[in-house]
Design a binder for this molecule. Structure first.
Ligand code: FEO
Length: 402
């Protein structure tokens, strides 16, 4: 891609990954992704982050359209994860930079990623409050630990009123557009939610602190440039900050997600009846079949849903594998303050719903109901009980959210 001037003298020189569907080995990315990096053209020419190793040539091509890459003086490593430092060793070898700015945790991690190659690199460790002049532009560094890794930091380019935010505010979208106001807002919102729910959510507390730190510094921000997806300018800056505030607060809506897997469709029918009961009380219900939706789809939905209702038939004294994998993934992402419920059909032993309930309890969910289970094929009476079960879940949501 051609470089694009995002703010005066700040150019996007990243790479598009149209084919990415497996983001970081654990989240799915149905719209691909981007590895954004930014070049500041000043007396000290400075590159912010690099790209995944597989996309090194694209980044070098973009940089070369502006300058000879050997003219890069400084590199800022805002985040060491390999989608941002995969190309770093090749770049350093080619450029021989004067300085590489990195956080204290970043320095430690980088040595574990690029090993003894790092020994000769001109690392300059910076902390929150550290500053650096590039000539016309001054940089201020802000450590944002665990947003997304311990090393993560953001950099504010003062005279450009631009915050380079690494993973924070990112979305997995490959597009020829670079600004959020150039694409469909619904697509942007869903992908921003998906990114947060699947990648950043376990670190909601740290992200909340990072947002507070940005606000406490009273920075004038006209642009936010994340390392993935579209960037924010003008009134979208406040919009993005508010979105993240809602995300970190895990602000919930009157919504419930009903997820299930099924063998002979009894659990599926129970799921439908439960959803009907939930919706009858004014709470939106979304039913996700685990053979047709993946774990990232579920987390995207759960981000603002007040309740999660999980169903599986009993299989070999346990839970079907897509459901147990989902529960493992969900637990790691630490949703807080949700209402949970469990259900499922069974043939003879019937443990699945009880195990699901225990998983939900392990996530500290409110569990207003005992697990609902029926043997073999549910009767009409059983379906009425499922509708009632859903109504009681909705009552709990309505009572919680008012
Ligand atoms: Fe975009 Fe945490 O890496």
């Amino acid at each position: 891609m051609k470089p694009l001037e995002m703010a005066k003298d700040i150019y996007w020189v990243g790479a598009l990954d149209w084919e990415s569907r497996d983001f970081h080995g654990y989240s799915t990315s149905p719209l691909g992704t981007t590895y954004n990096c930014f070049l500041v053209m000043d007396e000290k020419i400075t590159l912010f982050d690099t790209v995944r190793r597989s996309h090194t040539e694209e980044m070098m091509h973009a940089i070369s359209q502006l300058i000879d890459p050997k003219k890069i003086d400084y590199i800022v490593v805002n985040h060491v994860e390999l989608d941002h430092t995969g190309a770093l060793d090749m770049l350093v070898e080619k450029v021989n930079p004067e300085k590489i700015f990195i956080s204290p945790m970043g320095e430690k991690s980088l040595k574990l990623i690029h090993h003894d190659r790092v020994d000769t690199w001109p690392l300059e460790v910076v902390k929150t409050g550290s500053a650096c002049s590039l000539g016309k532009y001054n940089l201020a560094f802000l450590e944002t630990r665990m947003v997304h890794w311990p090393d993560s930091m953001m950099t504010y380019v003062k005279e450009a009123k631009t915050l380079i935010s690494q993973d924070a505010f990112g979305q997995n979208i490959a597009s020829t557009e670079r600004w959020a106001d150039e694409i469909d807002r619904g697509v942007l919102e869903r992908q921003m939610a998906r990114y947060f729910a699947n990648i950043v959510m376990p670190y909601s507390v740290q992200t909340k602190k990072a947002i507070a730190a940005i606000q406490d510094l009273k920075l004038e921000i006209e642009n936010i440039l994340p390392d993935h997806g579209l960037a924010f300018r003008g009134k979208d800056v406040a919009w993005a900050l508010q979105k993240y505030q809602d995300f970190v607060d895990q602000k919930l809506k009157k919504k419930a997600v009903v997820i299930f897997d099924t063998m002979w469709y009894s659990t599926e029918k129970m799921a439908h009846a439960i959803a009907e009961g939930i919706a009858s009380k004014g709470v939106s219900a979304n039913v996700l079949y685990m053979k047709a939706n993946d774990h990232s789809d579920v987390m995207q939905e759960l981000l603002d849903s007040a309740a999660i209702v999980v169903g599986s038939p009993t299989h070999n004294n346990g839970v079907l594998p897509f459901v147990s994998a989902m529960l493992t993934y969900m637990k790691g992402l630490r949703p807080v303050g949700r209402i949970g419920a469990a259900f499922g059909s069974y043939g003879w032993s019937g443990e699945a719903a009880k195990y699901i309930q225990e998983w939900l309890a392990g996530m500290k969910m409110e569990l207003p109901l005992e697990p609902l289970r029926f043997q073999y094929v549910p009767t009409s009476e059983n379906f009425n009980a499922c509708v009632e079960f859903g109504m009681k879940i909705a009552d709990a949501v309505n009572a919680k959210l008012g």
